[in-house]
Ligand binder design. Sequence first.
Ligand code: AMP
Ligand code: FES
Ligand code: ZN
Ligand code: ZN
Length: 306
Amino acid sequence: MKCRKCPSTASIELKRHNSALCKDHYLDFFDTQVGRAIKKQKMFTHDDQILVGVSGGKDSLSLWDYLLRNEYDVTGLHIHLGIGDYSSNSFLATKEFSEARNADLITIDLEKSYGMSIPLLSQTIRRVPCSGCGLSKRYILNIEAYKRNFSVVAMGHNLDDEAATLLGNILHWEIGSLARQSPSLPSKGDNLISRVKPLYTMTEREVAANAILRGIAYIEEDCPNSLGAKSIIYKEAIDSIELHSPGTKHSLVSGFLDRVRPIMETSQDEFNLNDCTICGQPTTSETCSFCRMWATAHQKARSNNP
Ligand code: AMP
Ligand code: FES
Ligand code: ZN
Ligand code: ZN
């Protein structure tokens, strides 16, 4: 198959764009799409100080690489979750990437900073690991960005992630989550830092192609806790529709963002944010869910080992 733009052999076929591109034209296309998403959603400019959450996977490393190549003021933040070999390999891939590019990296070890790894936390509070893990990632990225004066938190979620989350929110009519689902959430007050997802228009396959063609060494293994997770089931369902109808993922997410979310935003009452009585971070209740979760974990650990 030939590239649509030059006589070279195509490296990737893009069915949803009815196109096929060689390595160089694909890498240009990737950068153009990501740049457009950043602009369209007014995510950040070169005046912002960006903290990017890095797991060592293809998405977050591709994002960090894009931000560095385009000379944004960016620092990586890796949270060591303590999930066996998966976390050790995630940390190694992140560290090697940052050293090879001389890029600034902050590492937070969950066990050292908060007292428990994700497996121990989930065992202690008897909740699936992913729920405490997702909450911890969001919280730590926000509080570290706030303490260190970053203006934006960037995350590597791709189009498949966004489509799966949207499908889950629709299937269960999670109206609050739907109203907040956005690739660009503005800051609120001075302690809720703006959170953006610059890769939200690129599929998982397109981001993997970028990482491979750019020679980014990322970890391919998925978190062992993701086996059987709802998000994987939703991704498989959407993948099978996409196979028959290329472009479905994109129309699902962009249709929601362009046509449905604006109506939800205007009909939603502004929710009030208070400062958490324990940590001072923003919350809709008195104590934030992160502090509540860790208070329960430490209380249970004490009663299990008096
Ligand atoms: P996931 O929830 O694993 O799909 O990850 C979504 C995004 O969260 C990634 O693209 C990263 O930006 C961020 N992230 C995931 N794991 C970590 C981690 N261990 N440390 C810092 N950021 C992370
Ligand atoms: Fe958090 Fe798997 S990465 S539970
Ligand atoms: Zn070409
Ligand atoms: Zn708190």
